[in-house]
Design a protein around this ligand. Sequence first.
Ligand code: ATP
Ligand code: MG
Length: 605
Amino acid sequence: MSSAPNHTGPAEANAPSSNFLRSIIDHDLAKPEYANRPWAGRPGGAEVQQNAPADPAKVRLRFPPEPNGYLHVGHAKAICVNFGLAEEYQGACHLRFDDTNPEKESIEFANSIVDAVSWLGFGWNQFGDDNLYHASDYFEFMYQAAEFLIKAGLAYVDQQSADDMRANRGTLVEAGKNSPFRDRPVAESLQIFRDMRAGKLDDGAAVLRAKIDMASPNMNMRDPAIYRIKRAHHHRTGDAWCIYPMYTFAHPIEDALERITHSFCTLEFEDQRPFYDWTVGNLAMSHVTAEGETLRPMLIHPLPKQTEFARLNLSYVITSKRKLQQLVTENKVSGWDDPRLPTIVGLRRRGYTPAALRLFCARIGVSKADSWIDYSVLEGSLRDDLDPKAHRTVAVLDPIQLILDNVPEDWTDTCQAPVHPHHEEWGTRQFTIGKRLWIEGEDFQEVPEKKFFRLFPGNKVRLRYGFVVECTGCDKDANGKVTAVHANVFLDSKSGTPGADTYKVKGNLHWVNAADAITATVRLYDRLFTDEHPDAGGKNFLESLNPNSLTEVTAYLEASVKGCKAGSAFQFERHGYFVADIKDHSENHMVFNRAVTLKDSWSKS
Ligand code: ATP
Ligand code: MG
């Protein structure tokens, strides 16, 4: 079921409402250890940070995407949470590429992430530091951290077969069994680990594991793997490494090296928190080896603290990079920036603005409990952002010709309308009216149904911002299809002229002048999925793809739109908000996407 989000107006939504993450930050900042946290101006371990000056940033947060796909609306939430809180607390927020999994990552994805975060209006240059980092820059540190743990007796090389390892892990109700390699001498683990790095072992032949507790009720604490052998080319480090750290080991170290104060992540990482704390905690302690050597701490306090919040689940939408990738590679959509996708590039092309997405994120807030946000909340945010800004204009999407019989072929007049009904200072737009006009096909009925107040023989309507006309009939083709509508115009009824309001009509139709209307391709979108929760409970989301999610029509636009640039947004009166497509639109061939309808046409009432 859709849960009711905090539904506030735009003004309230911009004001920080309290949330549990703010409470945690406030609580921590009151502690003396946070006041003088050192920060060397660059990431690093104890050696780099120890004697560094106090961090000018009150908090240090991060957004850590893996560059394995394009960001989506769920990431927008995480971006707004982290960059937003950093701004609010006069802190810093790092953009960090969590690029520890070479096979699926690429520069193309990394660049798209930089674009998405900047487009949303956030930057990572704070207090003179360019806080864009790569986890792969810490590979050497992570390797040394792994050796540190081996020497401290806290990690060992395991050479069980994958099957044995799995079997010995136990289950939720049964403790695991210690590996026969668990108590091998430190020197032996160290040597094999070095051999792993040197490429002397095959992929999968050994793993380095943390030595914690095979009987822990938390499966993640049953000697988790921290390094694996994988001969994979990395998009930044090339073939320098054939061993890679596991994400769960790498992530806390990345946070600690970057002196992150609060590591906010989504709820699925809750069970990983004990291992997060175990990792940074042990690396920040001194240890004495079996030989009596003292290992000095590799990290300093205060250590980063992980806190989880609920991920965004949006109805009718899929927010999994892997599944989005599948839609792209199987050509179900035209690419990552298909305007039907919830990717940031897709939303942007559809007509979403950074302000609308930030408003959306403010409205949904952050909580500790998973819930579904109704798609209409996203659309509402866009409407609320565009309504006060978008210039008004007219488009006829399903055109049929209206011919004014009682004026000569060359009759014209000029009409005018406000650019925006609430911004008189923006002035008016002028457009021509002539003998031949385009109106919507649905605005004429030869035999009117009940309560139909638009054009039918004998009825008078006002052409919006123009004249009153009286319908006289229509032309039809051999199949009985209406091909043109006829009317007489009352020349003394022009809007805004004296006496115009003596005409009392119930219908007010939009129209464009046929002689100078602009022909444009207009794309009308519907939801990509017909199922409210397309991939919930392991459902195959491809089965609920909406075959009618895109309709392309040839429309006629008011001439005042002429020359508009790609990305310009308009309200096409009666039809919704439209944006000139940033890819396909040109002055010679105009292409508009409907970003959102005027009203929520989906609400179940
Ligand atoms: P996906 O499952 O789509 O691949 P991911 O979580 O693997 O997403 P990452 O690149 O690891 O993608 O995500 C970067 C950050 O964005 C993480 O901190 C993650 O928790 C957060 N994030 C991802 N999806 C969502 C979501 N739907 N709502 C809120 N935050 C999210
Ligand atoms: Mg992830």
